[in-house]
Write a protein that binds this ligand. Structure first.
Ligand code: SF4
Length: 147
């Protein structure tokens, strides 16, 4: 039996518009999870140690580190004036957005991603191969969340 072509078979247009909308908690997409590599990169960028960075900026949930949340503010703590203030060192999870395995289905893409991300439908056509490379990168990254 042949597998049905994915909805992004002919590619998808996407280019970040700098809205900062993906840096604001959207229910299940609320947490910014971090691997040990993400925390090391952050620490280097902020000129501190990984231990200090982790203590100051991270919380542990079910054995996985994520950036601390402010219950009164849904924005990521590194979002300043609608821009990521740590863009060069941003976590892999942020870099692979919006090509995450859990949203790469027609329903999630149109009802969730496209509804708050103005980059959908803009910019260069991302090929199926490029999309699948990013999906895989995000998937492999998420396997290291416990590190
Ligand atoms: S680290 Fe940067 S890109 Fe990631 S959610 Fe925070 S502000 Fe957005």
């Amino acid at each position: 039996m042949s597998k049905a072509a994915p909805f992004y078979e002919k590619g998808l247009r996407f280019q970040c518009q700098g809205s900062g909308n993906c840096c604001t908690s959207h229910g299940e997409f609320g947490f910014v999870f971090l691997t040990i590599d993400d925390r090391r990169r952050f620490a280097k960028h902020l000129k501190t140690s990984t231990a200090v960075f982790t203590r100051k900026y991270c919380d542990l949930k079910d054995g996985v580190w994520h950036l601390k949340e402010d219950p009164k503010n849904p924005d990521c703590m590194f979002l300043k004036n609608k821009r990521c203030s740590v863009y060069e060192a941003r976590p892999t999870q942020c870099r692979t957005w919006p090509f995450w395995p859990e949203v790469m289905n027609p329903k999630s893409w149109t009802k969730e991603v496209a509804s708050f991300c103005p980059g959908v439908g803009k910019g260069p056509l991302r090929s199926k191969a490029e999309i699948e490379t990013t999906i895989l990168e995000d998937f492999e990254n998420s396997k290291k969340f416990g590190s």
